[in-house]
Design a protein. Structure first.
Lengths: 160, 129
């Protein structure tokens, strides 16, 4: 007891009362996810990625016409970065070529299989103006981004 | 005596004079191969390694080496030449109607001449291995 008639904190009141399981102050600790990588957590993560990829692919198909639809989908499904790049390119194509152009996704192979994917802009005007628009597209965005996605994406015009 | 690939380009110019669909398509193809073979030999001289047994697509890999730069002229050349490749594949393999083929063939043969000059003018270090 102190001189003031108050119990000494050190001696008479425990500083810490450890909660006992089942007691009023017991708070269960959050359960840590101990699942190894490759378990449910990874499956969920992969599910999210696959969902995101399919959403992106749908968005791509709203913007471009797919030439040989099933082949394009099969090729792009395992190359999600190419899908993202083509989607991103769309706005830059609109800026360089003008809105409302027909854009097509075309697979290109050189003898030994499909090796790359092209975004093709249908161009009904003169070849010179088409080349000028392509040059604008290159300078404004494409040349700085052309090596993304392992360089398998490119863009061209098609005279129609 | 090694074959001079520029002769393919001269032949492409002559093909244009025939004025048939087969001639226009062949002109695009010969013009492309004129450029590709010059670019390929240069890349091999610069010790770029292209292993044909590892993965398909030697043409894509060749232009990919140019696209990697870092020289902006080298990148632009790789991108533009890869576009000619796309036109060549279309001319050689796609039987569908080729709208404005004559116009495109004439332009591509001209373009290839310019691209070959740009290739020759590149800094000799490029493409990098």
């Amino acid at each position: 007891m102190s001189a003031w008639g108050v119990a000494s904190l050190d001696q008479e009141i425990p500083r810490e009362i450890p909660p006992t399981e089942g007691g009023a102050f017991f708070q269960p600790q959050p359960v840590r996810n101990e699942l190894p990588l490759g378990g449910c957590a990874q499956a969920a993560e992969e599910g999210n990625i696959l969902y995101a990829r399919d959403v992106l692919l749908q968005r791509l198909e709203q913007t471009y016409v797919f030439e040989s639809r099933a082949d394009v989908q099969a090729f792009l499904r395992v190359r999600p970065t190419s899908i993202a790049l083509l989607v991103e390119a769309s706005v830059h194509i609109d800026q360089a070529f003008g809105r409302g152009r027909i854009k097509t996704v075309r697979l290109v192979q050189d003898g030994s299989g499909i090796t790359s994917v092209f975004g093709i802009v249908a161009w009904p005007e003169s070849i010179e103006t088409g080349r000028e628009a392509l040059a604008r597209f290159d300078e404004s965005w494409w040349l700085r981004n052309c090596n993304r996605s392992d360089g398998i994406v490119n863009f061209n015009i098609e005279l129609v | 005596m090694a074959f001079d690939w520029r002769e393919f380009h001269a032949f492409a110019e002559r093909l244009l004079e025939f004025g048939s669909e087969a001639a226009y398509r062949s002109a695009i193809s010969r013009a492309y191969y004129s450029l590709y073979n010059q670019a390929w030999e240069r890349a091999v001289r610069n010790n770029c390694r292209f292993d044909p047994t590892v993965e398909a697509g030697l043409h894509k890999k060749c232009w990919g080496a140019y696209r990697k730069g870092p020289d902006p002229n080298c990148i632009k050349l790789g991108v533009d030449a890869d576009r000619v490749r796309e036109s060549r594949v279309r001319a050689d393999y796609k039987s569908g109607e080729y709208l404005r083929l004559r116009e495109e063939a004439i332009q591509i043969v001209k373009d290839v001449a310019v691209l070959a000059d740009r290739l020759a003018a590149l800094d000799p270090r490029y493409p990098l291995p």
